[in-house]
Ligand binder design. Sequence first.
Ligand code: ADP
Ligand code: ADP
Ligand code: MG
Length: 450
Amino acid sequence: MFKKVLIANRGEIAVRIIRTCKEMGIKTVAIYSEADQDSIHVHMADEAICIGPAHPKKSYLNIDNIISAALVSGADALHPGYGFLSENKDLINACIKNNITFIGPNKEHLEIMGDKAQARKTMIEAGIPVVPGSKEATNDADKALQMAKEIGYPIMLKASNGGGGRGMRIVHNEEEFVAKFNMAKAESIVAFNDDMMYLEKFIENPRHIEFQILADSYGNVIHLGERDCSLQRRNQKILEEAPCSIIDKELRREMGEVALRAAKAVNYVSAGTVEFLLDKDNNFYFIEMNTRMQVEHPITELITGIDLIKEQIKIAYGKRLNITQDDIRINGHSIECRINAEDPENNFMPCPGKIERYFAPGGFGIRVDSHIYDDYIIPPNYDSMIGKLIVWGANRNEAINRMKRALDELVILGVKTNIEFHKEILNNKEFIENRLATSFIEKVLFRKNK
Ligand code: ADP
Ligand code: ADP
Ligand code: MG
């Protein structure tokens, strides 16, 4: 097994990865920016190296400094976490050049799946159902307008290199097309340094359903069931659950098989997620594949009993999967609430600052993945997510009640958080009745503001 893993990330995911490494007897190296010297991942790792100033470009996105840290510490592998450089091929190249194993996909997988338009094209060729839309990406508004005519409105404009819900725009009619195209393109240039866009039919009120995949280097590919991530704000997930209670065994088998085919179409290796939209008639469409560990991976861990980071590390080392599809049993129900330091009353504006008091919930079926503690100062430079509250229950109803109990116990004082907002969701009648769609949050907010 690897001797020492460098974790090229911060916050809760760095803590999450260190925990599994410790259990596997692997030494860990944390990296941190000048803003993060008091961060808990720095203390939990066996070694910690400062890699630059607070600004992400100078630290967590600074490949040269990260590779130097790996070389000085003698790390033989690197885990990128999610966000930051987790889907960056320059980092993979740098790892190859320096004889460091990248715990993630190969460069080739990343090249295909990281470009969402390219992924879409590859999936069409492999016979995977995708959302009806354009065959090619373009940066030309007039060309895109022609494509839109053929697809029909409403249209979802998407950045080829997009992610995190950014670079996306709904277009309702021809009149607003060019303006919205140029806006989305400008956003993509700023956020992703790329101007290529593609078009999809806008699916009304779908569910976001994604399948967790594990694939080793010997052609073994399995899925660990689905996650329902329909509760989103601005196309960003905020509460996820697994399994999806409206998916029966037959549909799970069918979607799971398509997800496996998608992964096999690119000879995928590592952990990954195949994302679909599921419409009200149970038609499902591939939207993208994420080639990294996702924020919401713990809910799959709780219903399958499998440590996904451990499997991901073993695969990267070249081990064979010792779990088969038949070994996967879905047990009970799990829900995750992303706890963000933000102000729901003020358009969810991030609220960095000092945590005056912190009390984490506990008891049967509760898991807290977080890096915060009493007196911790949340720096303003990074994502506003400060932790994830995850529960397991024998069924959906028990999981909901347990989550409500856990949210009641959770205390975070000093900064504004979305804890009350989560309680509102969990007490909502439509949520309890499992009538979910990606438009849900907007509708709840809308009603509240009326
Ligand atoms: P998706 O991109 O499909 O929504 P995830 O939600 O699992 O998938 O993961 C990406 C999201 O995680 C990004 O939208 C971003 O807001 C957030 N993120 C990225 N990097 C970090 C980080 N270092 N710490 C916390 N959150 C992050
Ligand atoms: P990202 O790379 O930012 O994660 P995705 O392509 O995964 O982008 O889409 C994120 C979310 O945006 C989806 O979960 C869904 O809520 C919404 N979305 C994406 N494509 C469509 C579409 N064609 N129709 C309706 N909603 C969509
Ligand atoms: Mg996505």
